[in-house]
Design a binder for this molecule. Sequence first.
Ligand SMILES: C[S@@+](CC[C@H](N)C(=O)[O-])C[C@H]1O[C@@H](n2cnc3c(N)ncnc32)[C@H](O)[C@@H]1O
Length: 302
Amino acid sequence: MTRPTSAIEHTSRRARALAAATATVRASYEVLNTFIDTYARNDIGFLNDGVVTDDLGSRSSNTPLPPSAALYELALGDCTGLDTLDVGSGRGGGAAVALGLGARRAVGVELAFAGASAALRENRGLAVNGDAHALGVREASIDVVTCVESSQFYSDLPAVLREIRRILRPNGRFGYADIFLASAFPAYTTTLVAAGFTIKGVNDVTTAAVAAFARRDLTREFHSPARAAIEQQIAGLTQLHRQLRSGRYCYVVIDARPGPPARHASPEVTRAAALVRLLAGASCRSSAARFTPLGTDHIDGR
Ligand SMILES: C[S@@+](CC[C@H](N)C(=O)[O-])C[C@H]1O[C@@H](n2cnc3c(N)ncnc32)[C@H](O)[C@@H]1O
């Protein structure tokens, strides 16, 4: 007869499984960063392919930005004089964009030591080698938090979202950009609301992201087709972009704000989340690269 698992055993097994998942992600990003450090023609500041801004317009400048920087600009918004923090900051490109947009301080928290080192070496903001699940930052101390193409790797996404909510100032912003399974996107917005956020806008940039990937010349960046293929393989780019093109996945930038803390979903929040699901789902299915503001009076659950 097998002994029933105690609650403590169950919790510690779960904690071990989550830690193992995070360790695997860390190891693969140490490899990717080391490959880049060894073989890239020029220093690389971003680990996302970004968006082509021809149709999106640029908020702060007339000259088109490189695609990865343009994606960060969408996520950051105006951050003049503000304190910013990028979760899963990779090689620090996002912090550099924040400083370029006039941020007072730009901090990145990155799991892979090699990524945080590249950011520090190239002077792209203040990079901390840490884990999104425990940011180690004072409560209500940051104006703008961004998280770009990183959340898909978190072993406990709701915990990270609560952690981001905790460190944001009451009038702060969370610019959340990632690739979402289109059919599961509504569940992500519900998770955001449950973590204490109000969703101000959902910007579906799938078309612009696919265009950016098509324009990227990895062979040039890595000197040879063979190395380009290895980079593509380690970063899982082929698979990713096939999925985006197929419409099974969508690339979305979410503008979320601290809302009323919602530990247990109230009936209003549940109704609001249902509306968010409806609107966000509709927006996600349309692959038009444009901003789709959602009226806060509909969704903040007040
Ligand atoms: C696709 S890269 C994007 C990096 C950066 N945001 C960018 O756009 O250039 C994903 C990054 O998230 C980081 N990451 C994954 N899980 C993390 C965690 N638990 N805490 C902090 N960073 C994490 C990875 O190490 C990796 O650098």
